[in-house]
Design a protein around this ligand. Sequence first.
Ligand code: GAL
Length: 656
Amino acid sequence: MKIGVDYYPEQWDRELWKADADLMARTGVRLVRIGEFAWSRLEPKDGEFDFTWLDEAISNFSRHAMGIVLCTPTSCPPLWMYETYPDIVQVGADGSRLQTGIRAHRCLNAPMFLYYAKRITEQLAKRYANNPAIAAWQIDNELESYPCTCEECRGLFRDWLIDKYDDLNNINAAFGNIVWSGEYSDISQIQPPNAYPKAWQNPALCLEYSRFSADMTAKFANDMAMIIKRENPRAKVTTNTLFSENTPDFYKLFSNLDFVSYDNYPPVRLTDDEGMSSSHAFYLDMMRGVKQKNFWVMEQLSGPTGSWMPMGPTPRPGQIKGYALQAMAHGADTVMHFRWRTANKGAEMYWHGLIDHSNVPGRRFNEFAELCRIAPKLSVIETTELVSDVAILYSHDNAAAFRIQPQTEGFSYFEQLRYFHAAFSKYGVNVDIVPPDSDLSKYKAVVAPSMYVYDKNSAENIYRYVIKGGTVIMTARSGVKDPCNNCIMEPLPTVYREMIGAEVSEYDPIGKEEQTIVDFAGNSYKCRQWCDILELGTARAYAEYRDSFYSGKPAVTMNRYCSGVAYYIGTVCHMDFYEKFAGNIMKQTGIPRLKDLPKGVEVTTRTNGLDDYIFFFNNSEQEADITLPKAMFSILDDTEKDKLKLKPFDMEIVRK
Ligand code: GAL
């Protein structure tokens, strides 16, 4: 397991580089990421390249046997480029160009930007792709699906649509453009969805534009990776990703890259707000699910956050080390801390690194050093991975479509995923979060929350899984839309109706109002946001409504279908319901459960097929006591233990 840091040689004097490299080496840092914002130093003038400082920076660290993650600097074009080619800057929804002078404002489709981006990437690849110090490459930085509306993007979007639909008649039909006389009679009339008010835009157009932007972002990353691979086909190429308003389509973004890397900033204050009740581990599991492989953390929390927002609290004792180990417990093989030292200039001076402005390594640094010290003990888990009995399906299309039409007050696609994640995780099992069209045969239970936009492969995949004996859990707002984001004219959940064995006779989008449901065992739970009023076909009621004119009607159903079982939850509840429900599903599908884990304790297992390593992470501010079923060998302490006492944010890893 490697621990690394993010470093900005271009921001510091040479003397500091040396001192920093010495201290890194003494601390046990194995990797250093550099270069993602340094284009103006690499190409100070059009076509004049200067790599001497980068050569020096690389050898400054590689001299100490540290590997380098070299980034392409395309997220920060130099100002001379913006000046010469103003149309490389993105255009916002209001039609005006963004202001330059900060970062990431380039349009990924602008021809002159692409010309320069390819050229600098090629220059770097030619010079460094075969340098043994380079451990991996990062393309750009936090690529998003930018909703740019410049002329170039408009043109490409039109081509993209024609490519998909062949002609304007098909586009008009698919978008339902007759509504409000929106029919295109000329291709030039196709515009990105930026008319005002936003909520009145055509959902079909919006979803296609979001898919187009996601495709173009993935294409950019892929094209840049190919340039590097041309020089060295064995080069390991990634890009660091994040969750944001313009979250990229992770599945597409990484489809041709070697591994996923994620920027991991868990909140340092734990909350009792149940909407946030699943831990940050949710995002880690999601990152592992993108390629269904272990991943890297390219940026890891190192201090108080801040800068473009008010500063947040400093990480509690234990969190610097604990959250890095938590990432490993969920499949990270390498964790790089952002950043080695806190910037003292520039917009990000209050986003703290490991070393503060004081330049005196302190409490957080010492904890990081402790992490580096134990990292070699984790080498036994390098060849391990998480094998899960439970999967949750995440679809980028569904996430985008719900962002376009939020359904009802409080309804959140991600919240549903998080509830199920938290509910199953509470029993100490691994949970995968994977694409809906991935191989489901290995899972004992699959949760498919709100399968809103129909996708043939995914629907067939879910059916196939249940037909062959799987247990699926679906929820309200499934089967609502066709692939163009138009409503399907059939009783809900339309394509899934046969498998669910029940249909929605009517729905009630109750928003923040609360009602009650009662399950077959007489337990009652609050429900909210959405109520599907269900009519049973072959299904049986698992829970019924107790309020409103549909009191007594099924809210949750269970249906035996072929060799499998399909549940349908027609409403949204609170954590108590999901926890109990997950427990029942695990009982019925034979998934072993750890009961009575102390609050906040997270348990996952990594295996190499021979040995299982169990991670116990105390993600709470209280000490936790755990009794193991038998004595197990701690790989951190090299001792046998049958009881664990974990301080807040402590991790223990035992061999089963
Ligand atoms: C990330 C970004 C970094 C830095 C960091 C902290 O999103 O990739 O460059 O800005 O956040 O602010």
